[in-house]
Design a protein around this ligand. Structure first.
Ligand SMILES: NC(=O)c1ccc[n+]([C@@H]2O[C@H](COP(=O)([O-])OP(=O)(O)OC[C@H]3O[C@@H](n4cnc5c(N)ncnc54)[C@H](OP(=O)(O)O)[C@@H]3O)[C@@H](O)[C@H]2O)c1
Length: 335
């Protein structure tokens, strides 16, 4: 068993990691931490009472190094790189769920803050599993993708060679509220969210440059990415609809089926996808259709799992030589 820890165990993605790691066949959960520590996991998350009992400590790099071979950082950006750089120097593998190691330096600094660990940034592997499997096998640092970029990229990447690159790409994304983490905000008030839906940061959200950068890296084309996220009154789940202009006459579903024929966690659907069918799972469901040269691609994921924690676990599996799917949840929360 490989000893692993979770820093950020009180957060939403931290909880999802703990839930999967409890019963993982190859990882043993040996370390949990938060900002303050001095508690137990079943106190932080009473839903885990009688299931697991582990102390939660104040996050400390030396303790991570003593007790873990791999650590998941489920922390806000900036806090993450503060831990990662010292942990990596001690030879521990890191899977970071924040934005800190996802982007090129100039893209990161233009959208987040000055980077404090430029030394390791160049060695990180972007953890979009289906596209970086080989690189994941030999890295010590995984930058787990953002939830919106995960759903968007998995949907649109197979079509990039067939798209008119001069036409803008429009991405209409809808997310449940857990995508914003556990911190309260004005938007998160019940009266704002209930019976409601609204766009936020239209055309200015920080996930747009992540999407554009990865398209360019993988296909060497610069697309005009226009990203509009919305909040919906759901706890979890993300539905992303992408609209593009085709330059070639293709059958969209055939393209998807061929592209993902060896990827067990991508499900190509014959009818439009929904968030509930993927909630609680690592699946990404994708549907596509066209009208002449107008392309519609729609993908659904659980933002806390495929958009964060199960994708991070899949990356850790591959980094450690385990089967990609080990311990990943596959039964949706239906009905
Ligand atoms: N939520 C999603 O759907 C989603 C999807 C993809 C990626 N992500 C990314 O994953 C990361 C975690 O997201 P989340 O939604 O789980 O956030 P969250 O619910 O706000 O949890 C953040 C966690 O970080 C801990 N923390 C904050 N600063 C810390 C520090 N300096 N030292 C130690 N612990 C610290 C918090 O501990 P305390 O309780 O002690 O403050 C808490 O456990 C973020 O970078 C987020 O952008 C989230």
């Amino acid at each position: 068993m490989i000893k692993v820890g979770v820093v950020g165990a009180s957060g939403y993605t931290g909880l999802e990691l703990v839930k999967m790691l409890i019963s993982h066949g190859g990882f043993e959960l040996t370390y949990l931490a938060t900002t303050q520590g001095d508690t137990r996991v079943e106190e932080l998350h009473p839903s885990l009472e009688n299931i697991i009992s582990l102390s939660v400590e104040k996050a400390d790099v030396d303790e991570v190094a003593k007790r873990c071979e791999l650590v998941f950082l489920a922390l806000p950006h900036k806090a993450s790189m503060g831990f990662a750089k010292d942990i990596l120097d001690k030879g521990i593998k890191v899977v970071d769920l924040s934005a800190d190691y996802r982007l090129e330096l100039d893209t990161y600094e233009a959208n987040y803050c000055p980077h404090e660990d430029k030394g390791h940034l160049d060695n990180s592997v972007y953890g979009l599993i289906e596209y970086y499997k080989e690189e994941l096998k030999s890295t010590n640092l995984v930058a787990s993708p953002g939830c919106y970029p995960t759903a968007t990229l998995l949907g649109i990447l197979p079509f990039i060679p067939y798209l008119d690159e001069k036409s803008p790409l429009f991405i209409d994304a809808k997310s449940g509220l857990s995508g914003a983490g556990k911190k309260l905000s004005e938007n998160a008030h019940y009266v704002n969210m209930n019976d409601n839906i609204f766009a936020y940061n239209p055309l200015k959200h920080r996930h747009a440059p992540e999407i554009a950068e990865k398209i360019e890296k993988l296909y060497n084309v610069k697309m005009n990415v226009n990203f509009v996220p919305h909040l919906i009154p759901a706890t979890r789940g993300e539905l992303v609809s992408v609209y593009g202009v085709l330059k070639d006459d293709i059958d969209p579903l055939s393209v998807l089926k061929e592209h993902y024929k060896d990827d067990p966690f991508i499900r190509i659907r014959e009818t439009p996808v929904d968030i509930k069918s993927t909630a609680g799972t690592h699946f990404c469901d994708i549907f596509a259709a066209k009208n002449g040269n107008a392309l519609f691609v729609s993908s659904a994921i659980d933002n806390l799992l495929r958009g964060a924690s199960s994708q991070a676990l899949a990356a850790a599996n591959i980094m450690c030589g385990y089967d990609e799917g080990m311990g990943l949840p596959v039964i949706p929360y239906m009905p």
